[in-house]
Design a protein around this ligand. Structure first.
Ligand code: FMN
Length: 218
């Protein structure tokens, strides 16, 4: 079991170009999205949304502002843009938080009041998330990376390759999302992208710091 997991970690690499002749099956891609959906989030508030971009003309538009995906945007079997929720929905007093607690977590009214007061305290004082909208957005974005890791690991587990992507101009992508994908920028902003497919070439050896360099015991 342990070795299987490590083998999967070794298999995963940032794949720069995919084999265009191979497509991920619908069932396998739904499994990758399920890995995202089942990911943990702070208070269980799921501050994300996943856009699956298959339209070549939309991919071409993304390519103009995404230097980190020049080889993957045209060749990926599936291409995902992960959005993070903004302060508008993550604020303790928002309709979205009420919706999550009531409709998704099925918490009765008294419980919701108590939970909201914890969440408010956490946002106001523990993490000071309400200081400005960017702080709140960054907090939501941090969480989207858990879903990213789970999607990539889940894919690698069934021998599907991936590449995480942050090489883009944030402002330009957010504008494109509003204009071409009908995304409400008051509610969602780009967090990262991730391409999936099957490798065209074998990757080089993994380069990593030694465990002693990145860990300390107390
Ligand atoms: C948050 C994040 C953003 C990244 N952005 C890009 C990118 O834009 N384009 C790219 O080709 N690789 C990108 N990478 C891949 C890294 O360069 C790669 O994971 C790292 O060099 C380690 O290599 P490995 O993943 O093959 O083991 C990104 C990785 C992470 C985690």
């Amino acid at each position: 079991m342990k070795q299987q997991f490590i083998d999967m970690m070794q298999f995963r690499h940032a794949c720069k170009v995919f084999d265009e002749t191979r497509k991920i099956s619908d069932a396998d891609f739904l499994y990758i999205l399920e890995c995202a959906r089942l990911s943990p989030s702070s208070f269980g508030f799921e501050p994300w949304k996943f856009l699956i971009v298959q339209d070549p003309s939309l991919r071409e538009k993304l390519k103009q502002h995404t230097w980190g995906a020049q080889g993957t945007l045209p060749t990926a079997s599936h291409f995902v843009i992960t959005l993070a929720r903004t302060a508008k929905s993550m604020h303790f007093d928002s309709d979205y938080i009420e919706y999550m607690m009531k409709q998704i977590h099925h918490i009765p009214e008294q419980g919701r009041i108590a939970r909201k007061s914890y969440y408010k305290e956490f946002q106001l004082h523990d993490f000071k998330l309400t200081q400005n909208d960017k702080t709140m957005l960054d907090w939501a974005m941090k969480q989207t990376y858990i879903a990213l890791a789970n999607m990539m690991s889940g894919a690698a587990f069934i021998k599907i390759d991936s590449c995480p992507i942050e090489g883009f101009n944030e402002e330009k992508i957010n504008t494109l999302l509003a204009e071409e994908f009908a995304i409400d920028s008051a509610e969602f902003r780009v967090a990262h992208m991730v391409a999936f497919g099957y490798r065209k070439e074998q990757p080089g050896d993994k380069t990593r710091l030694k465990l002693e360099e990145i860990s300390s015991w107390y």
